[in-house]
Design a protein. Structure first.
Length: 248
């Protein structure tokens, strides 16, 4: 009897030859024993239904984009995460945590202050943890949590070791910000030989004032992945593919 797999409609972007550029539809076959869900920086309060808006948007630079993020968390990220758990597959959180050693004298911290106006002491807790999780997406006891001090969750962390110990080679990726930490982590995975699949309706960029209307940064990040790093899928399609696993 062959290995159990889930089958998910997906797409990628073909960039060459020039007269054949465009999206191509495919069906992915993902082995259930070798696939994990990676949630990148999905922390932040205010995402639960009826919850009050926090004083400051965690990752997003405008409240309009934060509202999109809240809808995405409720309609895509949380349902996918719970379906993944019900299927008994590994869920891995990667989250920002900036201890003092990551900031003392670092160009990373200086540039962040220059571009955002924030000092680390203003946006992280005493242990360097950046905000808390909303109830609908908070890690459960059976999940794995990897802390990171850089955008790429593979940089100086145990993420690669964890995935190898779990026998995982396929990563279904969701989270924020699409053009920064999520894309950097997808790049880190790609460089280490993992097959990455982006859930394109479960990611959002920290859009700029002149990109919000068109979601240009989000669409750019999705296209970068689809054209050079791996296919993309929709959350509902992944959830549907997991249904037979949930009834086992």
């Amino acid at each position: 009897m062959g290995e159990v797999a889930i089958h998910v409609p997906a797409r990628f972007y073909r960039s060459a030859p020039l007269d054949q550029r465009g999206h191509r539809e495919i069906t992915l076959e993902l082995p259930v024993t070798g696939t994990a869900l990676i949630l990148c920086d999905v922390f932040g309060t205010g995402f639960d239904a009826g919850a009050a808006r926090p004083e400051q948007a965690v990752l997003m630079s405008s409240w309009d984009i934060w509202e999109m993020q809240r809808t995405m968390m409720q309609d895509a990220v949380a349902p996918l995460t719970w379906a993944w758990r019900r299927a008994g597959l590994p869920v891995v959180y990667v989250e920002n945590r900036y201890p003092n050693l990551a900031w003392e004298g670092s160009r990373f911290a200086a540039w962040w202050r220059d571009t955002t106006g924030f000092d680390v002491a203003e946006v992280v807790g005493l242990q360097g943890r950046q905000w808390e999780y909303s109830e609908l997406v908070k890690p459960q006891p059976e999940d794995y949590v990897i802390t990171k001090a850089q955008d790429d969750a593979f940089c100086d962390t145990s993420l690669d070791l964890l995935l190898r110990n779990l026998g995982v080679r396929h990563l279904v990726m969701v989270g924020f910000a699409a053009e920064c930490c999520l894309l950097s982590t997808i790049q880190g995975a790609y460089q280490r030989g993992y097959e990455t699949i982006l859930v394109r309706d479960a990611c959002l960029a920290d859009e700029h004032h002149d990109t919000e209307a068109s979601l240009a940064l989000t669409n750019w990040a999705i296209r970068v992945v689809e054209s050079s790093r791996g296919p993309s899928v929709l959350a509902a399609d992944v959830i549907a593919s997991l249904s037979p696993m949930e009834s086992r």
